[in-house]
Design a protein around this ligand. Structure first.
Ligand SMILES: [Zn+2]
Ligand SMILES: [Zn+2]
Length: 231
């Protein structure tokens, strides 16, 4: 439960109302993002389900430093000893646990409501240390290769992570997949966020998992390109 296969060796985990992605290469595991606080058991159960041990989770990589993507990180690191990776622009968010930088709501009534319901920039998260920063274009030599593409706008330190040459893309909150592919709830810089949406749509990938909503495994590139073109 709480663990859904996306493609071979990749699973979507629901950590509250936010996703994490678990990747496997042999006995090595990497987790992308760490959800809301209090959901570390979902991750530990998934590791056990695969017949592996907590210490087999070697890497914890973040698409960005928002509270709904780092909430359970401190507890996961304590339980597994995983090495942590984040873009330099967001490291201070993880290491202080907040407050978070301001965002403006994305256009539209529904996004405005979601923004008011879910965006809590002054809430604080359990802080933890980032062991290694990730830069645009860098490929981390872990779980078969994880290439970072810097896509700011929603959040200054946001990266998309291209796994195994495009088998799967972890797209963070560049878009979200709630009631179809659309904008995240807000932007730090909307113009930059639009450029990042178009840049993500130019990547090549077989499937994509965003931070919110189900993964897209059919016609993923075409669907993302349509969503980017609507904006
Ligand atoms: Zn976010
Ligand atoms: Zn999010």
């Amino acid at each position: 439960m709480g663990m859904r296969a996306i493609v071979e060796d990749a699973w979507l985990l629901a950590l509250g109302n936010a996703n994490a992605v678990l990747l496997r290469q042999g006995r090595d595991l990497a987790l992308i993002d760490a959800g809301f606080p209090g959901h570390e058991k979902v991750v530990l159960d998934a590791i056990a389900e695969l017949g592996l041990r907590p210490s087999d989770l070697r890497h914890l990589v973040f698409t960005h430093g928002h509270p709904d993507h780092i909430g359970s990180a401190a507890a996961i690191v304590r339980a597994t000893g995983a090495r942590t990776y984040m873009h330099a622009a967001d490291v201070a968010l993880a290491e202080t646990g907040g407050p978070f930088r301001p965002m403006s709501p994305a256009p539209g009534v529904v996004k405005g409501i979601a923004y008011r319901l879910f965006w809590r920039p002054r809430e604080s998260m359990p802080p933890f240390e980032i062991d290694q920063t990730i830069a645009d274009g860098e490929t981390l030599p872990i779980v078969g290769g994880l290439r970072a593409v810097h896509l700011p706008g929603h959040c200054a330190g946001q990266v998309a992570l291209v796994w195994r040459g495009g088998r799967l893309l972890a797209g963070g909150d560049v878009f979200m997949n709630m009631m179809g592919l659309g904008d995240p709830i807000g932007f730090e810089d909307e113009a930059e966020g639009r450029r990042s949406q178009r840049r993500l749509a130019d990547l090549d990938f077989g499937a994509v998992a965003f931070g919110h909503g189900p993964a897209v495994t059919e016609d993923a590139v075409a669907r993302v390109r349509r969503a980017a073109a609507r904006r």
